[in-house]
Design a protein around this ligand. Structure first.
Ligand SMILES: [Zn+2]
Length: 334
């Protein structure tokens, strides 16, 4: 059996008001523009690789962010095969008796959406298994970590000639990380189901613009966090207990407005190009499920802290966790 590690690059609408997006809507949020893959034999030697550019047929102009990251632009892709042809070439290259692997959960959803949108269900591919989740389990990591961070952990130095965010190079690096796993075949237990992608149009929530801080701790002590306001009347709210950490980049709490009842406060961190921690806060009316969930987590908090201290001697550093985490930006349907 061969292992094929796949990585995709995709384009996105320049604007959700664009003519194209208005026509295709959520049926094609991301249009694939490159398939990269490497093939490993059963002894985990890299035996082949492929890079297939794809000419977009809907979002013709490459979003500036994507262009910057991938180095792919409309001119480069103009002569490339369209999606169906590229996928056929890829399936032929895969051959027989292989498993398909990716790093993380995003690619499978984008691939599935493109296959469905372009009516290519007749090109049969096996389920995709997630190396990132196996890696997290093996190393007992609480969050999914990025490919770069995983490489650092395993002391794999990036190759100057192989820039990140190129589908072939990322697949190549993923293969190097994959080979460090004690039981790579265990990845077959991590088959992933695609998730539905949706662009959330109107939100009833209020979201603050990002505010930059030097550290997560500093952000968590700021007014933005400690004194949230009601999205409906603007009144400063009393927090109902502590914030709970959902993942390295997400925190939740409930607060009370005397006129509007319980309000759910969500915090989300991003790291900007200068290494600052940018915090976004969104607030919305809370339902009973939110309240019960947060209450339960708050009750578990003390116990978890106590156990962590026993095991590690100090509490986890939220900044370190955030730097290592790889938060997904994908607009998955919640
Ligand atoms: Zn209110």
């Amino acid at each position: 059996m061969q292992y094929i590690i796949l990585d995709l690059e995709w384009n996105q609408p320049l604007s959700y008001q664009s003519q194209t997006y208005r026509e295709v809507g959520d049926r094609l949020i991301f249009e694939m523009i490159q398939i990269g893959a490497v093939k490993l034999d059963s002894g985990l030697q890299i035996v082949d690789s492929v890079s297939l550019p794809i000419a977009p047929t809907h979002y013709l102009r490459i979003h500036p962010r994507i262009r910057r990251m991938t180095g792919l632009d409309s001119e480069t892709l103009a002569g490339a095969p369209a999606f169906r042809e590229a996928l056929e070439q890829f399936a032929a290259w895969c051959g027989e008796d292989y498993v398909l692997l990716t790093w993380g959960c995003d690619d499978v959803s984008v691939l599935w959406q493109n296959i469905s949108f372009f009516h290519c269900e007749d090109i049969v591919l096996p389920p995709l298994c997630d190396i990132q989740r196996l890696f997290s389990d093996v190393h007992q990591l609480r969050d999914r970590i990025g490919l770069k961070a995983a490489m650092e952990m395993m002391q794999i130095a990036p190759d100057e000639a192989r820039s990140f965010h190129n589908a072939l190079n990322d697949a190549w690096y993923t293969a190097l990380v994959f080979r460090t796993l004690p039981d790579p075949a265990a990845v077959l237990n991590y088959a992933q189901a695609p998730k539905k992608l949706v662009h959330t149009r109107r939100s009833s929530r209020e979201k603050t613009p990002g505010e930059a801080f030097d550290s997560v701790r500093e952000a968590l002590e700021s007014n933005l966090v400690m004194h949230p306001t009601c999205p409906r009347c603007g009144r400063v709210l009393a927090l109902d207990g502590e914030y709970i950490k959902q993942s390295a980049d997400k925190y939740l709490a409930v607060a009370k407005c005397r006129n509007h009842g319980r309000i759910l406060i969500r915090l989300r961190f991003r790291i900007d190009d200068d290494g600052k921690r940018v915090l976004y806060r969104s607030t919305a009316p809370a339902n009973s499920t939110h309240v019960a969930y947060i209450h339960t987590k708050q009750l578990q908090l003390e116990e978890r802290r106590r156990r962590w201290l026993e095991e590690h001697g100090s509490l986890p550093d939220p900044d370190e966790e955030l730097l290592r985490a790889e938060p997904t930006d994908m607009p998955f349907e919640s």
